[in-house]
Design a protein around this ligand. Sequence first.
Ligand code: KE4
Length: 433
Amino acid sequence: MKIERSKTLFEEAKKYIPGGVNSPVRAFKSVGDTPRFIEKAKGSHIWDVDGNEYIDYVCSWGPMILGHAHPEVIKAIVEQAEKGTSYGAPTELEVKLAKIIVDMVPSFEKVRMVNSGTEATMSAIRLARGYTKRDKIVKFEGCYHGHVDSLLVKAGSGLATFGVPTSPGIPEDFAKHTITVPYNNIDALKQVIAEFGNEVACIIMEPIMANAGLITPENNFLENVREITEENGIILIFDEVITGFRLSSGGAQKYFNITPDLSCFGKIIGGGLPVGAFGGKAEIMDYLAPEGPVYQAGTLSGNPLAMVAGIKTLEILQRPGTYEVLREKGKKFAEGIKSAAEKAGVADKLCFKNVESLSCIFFTNTNVKDFSTATTSNTEAYATFFREMLKEGVYLAPSQFEVAFVSTAHTDKDIEKSIQAAEKAFSAIKNTL
Ligand code: KE4
């Protein structure tokens, strides 16, 4: 596979952009390969600058649930662009998208648009702290909520203690207000709440973890977290930046029938343009400026170009049968890859996860149920598998700790080709597992 142009561009990029990329995972560091510079995309396929074609299971990390360059979405964007891209003033389009989101998301009475998932979670946490007048927050180890100072925090020593920053540049004083506990460990959470419950403003969580690979709640974990937060006047924030409008038309909260107090969205609601959102109970949301005292703002929040992309995307997702199609395609892909592993005789060395159109293979024979079990994965073996699949024209996430996204645009032919590629890739790494 010729990738000279990507190599040249990557070297050029590194002169002007830290690491040559505008988001770290794109640098392919953990898979030991040259990042492919993408020229164009259509449906389930992307083409790099050397003309190589790939079946895309990254889908821009989730937004492209309808596939790339969906004709109706593009048409809506082009028509709006003719009328201008941003006014810095309210528009009917923001009202329209807000209404669609409130109608689709069971817990939503009000919503505020922002420009990224990070902005959504950062704002939701500030709102929770302002509303409850409490400082501490609780998160789960391995959950990623964007690059928010108070959320780039990992567990200190011991099971459930004050956080320590996962990145330089975050003062200890910030991190110490964040308590991190293991996902799926309700006893650890109960221990923290027993000790600090009346100081905790919110618990923020991915209802399904999708940033440590794919990890699902077990033993009524979500229900138990909801019960604990209700008993202690703690705001429950669902970070649905990945699960929102993907697991169902109402996200994970509809899929699991749990009602959080606030939820954060991103990715899909922008249809590929920069959009985030947070919302929930009006009683809490009305604490936001200019209605209430908690400040939050954004020059491009709700800009008309992003609004039309989001409106059209959500309208299409609401068409009857869409989520059933997504589920079937996701299942066919996940089960096909698993059968390819069985054929190659390596299935017993791997842990497979699939929920709707999300899936992941952990390169470990441990049943992954939290971040610590996820980190037993053989990341070298994943990297080799990734490179073998890329050679076969299948573009997976360049990290063991991400997920594969299937869109409505993935065809049976795409999935069949991906499964054949996996048979070759598993055979190539069999002796390294
Ligand atoms: P953004 O600020 O990247 O729009 O969203 C942050 C975020 C918040 N919450 C969840 C659950 C997320 O998954 C994300 C971002 N997801 C990663 C992919 N795992 C984005 C990819 C990247 O960082 O380049």
